[in-house]
Design a protein. Structure first.
Length: 326
């Protein structure tokens, strides 16, 4: 018998209670003529909507891993990444629809540029408009702008002033559809399991660029992303977790001084956002439910950034001493 041929691409999809979205995502991936050379993994994070049964019955060619608990985005993806055999490995959200040829085009682009460690396609909203999905590496400069709510005046973090029509080296690409080279993965390691969700793509891209790999945006591959479908009903929790993930990233990559400055900026930001959304909710009653979710989250972030060391300095609390799972 000949040696087993490595798949050209391993597609990894983490699912949590998005059964119909997952079905549509898998149908789009497997409809690609090149999918016969790929392997597709689904990691189900303890869904209660029948997602695993649907995959087993309707997509028997898909490799399914079912977790008895919600592992979050990073650990869920890592569960499949450590088993996947592709030369290239793709993180793909369940709320995406890949266009025919998009994934193959992304692989071909990386294959002809050996110093690119990770790349992302053009992401589109459901109406076909551009979704900003890449940008400069996170820094204190970018957070000063963001947390003082100046990002609309200075939209450089997501490169909003650029037309996004040509390939470009960037600091990060979105984990909604992120292709990584196996050699780069083996060199820098998988997603950081300490990040439950949010910022895991930024942190991964930071590690790649620190090791000399390039990260690229490639607009000639296009993917529709129905952003936030799996977390929309948990917006408040997502905001709280996202801020803790950002604290973790800054503590890990930029040190304690940057962390403390970020903490101060966060206190200012929560005050500004609370005032803005209080006024917005009064003026636009139709957005009241969202506004109340946000205001509760802002109060929680403010309180925990002041008094909960395990929240604002997560790396300093040993996991066996009651620290957050982030």
């Amino acid at each position: 018998m000949g040696a087993q041929v490595r798949p050209a691409l391993s597609v990894v999809i983490v699912n949590w209670n998005t059964r119909q979205l997952l079905r549509d995502c898998l149908e789009a991936v497997l409809a690609d003529p090149a999918s016969g050379q790929w392997e597709v993994w689904v990691v189900d994070n303890a869904s209660a909507d029948g997602s695993p049964q649907m995959v087993r019955e309707d997509f028997p060619q898909v490799k399914l891993l079912v977790s008895p608990q919600n592992l979050g985005f990073s650990r869920g993806n890592n569960l499949a990444l450590e088993r996947a055999e592709g030369e290239y490995l793709l993180l793909l959200n369940s709320d995406t629809r890949v266009e025919p040829g998009a994934l193959g085009g992304l692989v071909d682009f990386m294959a002809t540029h050996p110093r690119i460690g990770a790349a992302g396609p053009m992401l589109l909203n459901a109406d076909g408009s551009l979704q900003l999905s890449c940008g400069v590496a996170p820094s204190l400069r970018s957070e000063i702008v963001h947390k003082l709510l100046l990002h609309r005046l200075f939209p450089f973090f997501k490169l909003a002033g650029w037309d996004h029509r040509s390939p470009r080296a960037v600091g990060w690409v979105s984990g909604a559809c992120l292709l990584v080279r196996r050699q780069a993965l083996e060199e820098v390691g998988p997603l950081d399991p300490a990040i439950y969700m949010c910022c895991e793509d930024l942190e991964w891209c930071l590690r790649l660029t620190k090791r000399g790999w390039q990260v690229y945006y490639y607009p000639f591959s296009r993917v529709v992303h129905l952003e936030g479908q799996s977390i929309g009903k948990n917006l408040g929790e997502m905001l709280v977790v996202s801020q803790q993930s950002l604290f973790y990233l800054f503590q890990k990559h930029f040190g304690r001084g940057a962390l403390l400055f970020l903490r101060l900026l966060t206190l200012v930001e929560m005050g500004l956002r609370s005032a803005a959304w209080s006024a917005f909710t009064l003026c636009f009653p139709a957005r009241r439910a969202e506004g109340l979710q946000r205001l509760r989250a802002y109060r929680q972030i403010l309180g925990r950034s002041l008094f909960d060391r395990a929240y604002w300095s997560p790396m300093s609390i040993p996991k066996d001493k009651g620290g957050s799972e982030n």
